[in-house]
Design a protein around this ligand. Sequence first.
Ligand SMILES: [Zn+2]
Length: 352
Amino acid sequence: MSKPDLVKLTDAGLYCEQGDFYIDPWRPVGHAIITHAHADHARPGNTKYLAARSGERLLRSRLEPTASIQTVEYGETLDINGVRVSLHPAGHVLGSAQVRLEKDGEVWVISGDYKTEDEMTCASFELVPCHTFITESTFGLPIFRWNGQATVFDEINRWWKANQEAGKASLLFGYALGKAQRILSGVDAGIGPIYTHGAVEKITQAYRESGISLANTTYVGALAKGTKFGGSLIIAPPSAQATPWTRVFGTVSTAFASGWMRIRGTRRRKSVDRGFVLSDHADWVELNQVIKETGAERVIVTHGYSGEMVRWLKEIGVNASSFSTEFEGERDELQPSQTEADSESEPEGADQ
Ligand SMILES: [Zn+2]
């Protein structure tokens, strides 16, 4: 007889009945294990939280000030009502964790969001072998393949420099938590001054206080009136695009850094001059590699292109199904329709 499932889907989210706790619940519960501080995974209102220690400061900045947060080091094991629980690096954003659950020799891993390319703003992804793997699939289509980040940062630096030579400011949009800090970790700060939107500055400060070293930044709101922005790089969240906030920068070139920039139509609709394909999520190749290497006999897909991913996994003989969750992948970024993603699958020229 097969063992009972360690995680099931409820109205409040992913629930481990044996241990009586939830993982990234979307309704208030008693005991919540949080994989990372993005808003679709870390919601306020829970009685108790458990999270990875390296992300504590970031998580606190997102939850109610009185939140009761217990933290553990990656790999440290807790016994919660007879379930062995440990958190392992997901490589997604600072403090992001995969949750490993074990009971009676059965191991489940809930990935949260993850990527496998090493970088400076968070601990590197750890492959955790398991019997059942619950995976995201934000970019779970074959068209999503990333270039190495060194190539992307080189493109960003060249764009910034060219704008500088033309006397323009460079206004780069990227999600405030994670993406903005990766940009700061990769750009050549020697090119010119770097300015930030308030939302980016606040989270960047939490990263620095957590021990992550990032390029120096100045908060735009702290500058004297009449400051000239020509030649500078300004980093702002996507929500700031086309708002009055952007008017003070003079002549600008705009760009967007996101995995969605892999799709041309998205770039058009974002009305930016340039798109840089930089994501904090696994691409198609990474998703497939991780799913295979966990050795999981069973795979449950939670968000993104879950229907397509399940269909693909079944085709290659994996026992796959999906959970319909409220996780969103890269929030605050325009997600294209399925039809568009399918119709724009040819490779793009480097100058587009
Ligand atoms: Zn996330």
